[in-house]
Design a protein around this ligand. Sequence first.
Ligand SMILES: Cc1cc2nc3c(=O)[nH]c(=O)nc-3n(C[C@H](O)[C@H](O)[C@H](O)COP(=O)(O)OP(=O)(O)OC[C@H]3O[C@@H](n4cnc5c(N)ncnc54)[C@H](O)[C@@H]3O)c2cc1C
Length: 404
Amino acid sequence: MHIGIVGAGFVGVCTALQLSLRGHRVEVFERRGGIATESSFAGAGVLCPTALPSLAQHPHWRRRSPWNAQARRQARARRQADWLARQQVLARLFELGEHWLEQLEAEHRLECEQTRGWLVLRPDERSLRQSDADAAHLTSLGLPHQILGPDELASAEPALASARPAAGGLWLPQIRVVNTRQLAQQLRLLAQQTGTRFHLNTEVEDIDPRHPTWLSHGGPGAGPRQETRFDAVVLCTGTASIPWLRAQGLRLPLQAAPGCSLTAPLHLPEAMPDPAPRGAITDAQTGLTLSRMGERVRITDPWADLSPNGRPAIQTQRRMYATLERWFPEAGHGNPAQAWQGTRAKLPDDAPVLGPSPWPGLWLNLGHGDQGSALAGGCAQLLANALEGRPALEGQDLLGCTRW
Ligand SMILES: Cc1cc2nc3c(=O)[nH]c(=O)nc-3n(C[C@H](O)[C@H](O)[C@H](O)COP(=O)(O)OP(=O)(O)OC[C@H]3O[C@@H](n4cnc5c(N)ncnc54)[C@H](O)[C@@H]3O)c2cc1C
């Protein structure tokens, strides 16, 4: 088949590669000058297929006005009988995706910054009790984890020994922490080697629902606007999908959720124990995550509003550095830090929309929320199967766009 993919974030790149490896003729359209420059640029990189109940209902989020309605929808969705079944489908998808990506990484010697282990730190006893609900949720999805007491934290993250004490934490030793932008770049090269064409600086105009597989595209550096007719088109357009789907009358409760990160070089003195996180740590009180990215540390605030100058606001940056200093007081961080802010498209039931759209030939792979990096590989496989008419994964219909 001749397949057009709109959007070259991590999801679009994985989808393109998966289809290309199956022998399809794939073309990817990306309005920016590079791949993975929007939501996929610099998230925390924690590859966990599910939102932990205690973090998804973070008080910061509940308080913030534009999010109140979404938080209520989320709470309602979580009470529905099919919520857990949907999360179980995502856990299976994640497993498929991890298996595929790790195999590719080994086979093609792909290199990107990555490590393993995610610790959700609980500063006090009261918040430690919330770990029980998180642990029960992880058990129901078959994700290995362990609740650690205060004396066990340093076994997971040795540099925590010098931090002010915490009450304990939830430890997920097998979760990968990955620089997904770097991985996306490697996967793009692989896709190109298998014949995928990437059209950068090329925006796809509104898709006409009467001919959803005819794409009109153009933009700076792409020459005059052209139309290409495909056998199938996959929308991987992240938050840009929201206005388009709304305009077509497809009422998905998608929201653009903002967040930001700072990635700073670490001072790593030789012959001294490493003073920085080995994997990723989330401070359950602030909701901030500290992720190790090679010789850098990334501090991610998943709740921060976008600031108009394109960098996290000064108070936000202070809070971010204070979290790093609290848990890793000896991890000196240098300048300049790479600052990033972005938005991800989120649905209240913590799951993406994956599968056919109401318009024949147009497929959707979007709305992955906080789990886009974790789910992209598995979603690419499931979408490719569906597109080829292969047997579905049990429960796959729970991810369809008609579930609202
Ligand atoms: C602060 C933050 C932290 C996060 N942390 C994690 C984490 O720890 N773990 C995790 O799994 N996930 C995390 N995520 C979520 C994850 O980053 C996203 O779910 C994922 O990157 C979504 O990828 P995408 O390809 O769908 O979207 P994007 O990366 O946004 O890609 C969409 C692409 O489509 C292009 N596009 C849009 N419209 C058009 C058009 N008309 N024509 C051509 N191109 C178009 C855009 O330019 C863009 O490049 C985080 C997100 C944020 C914001």
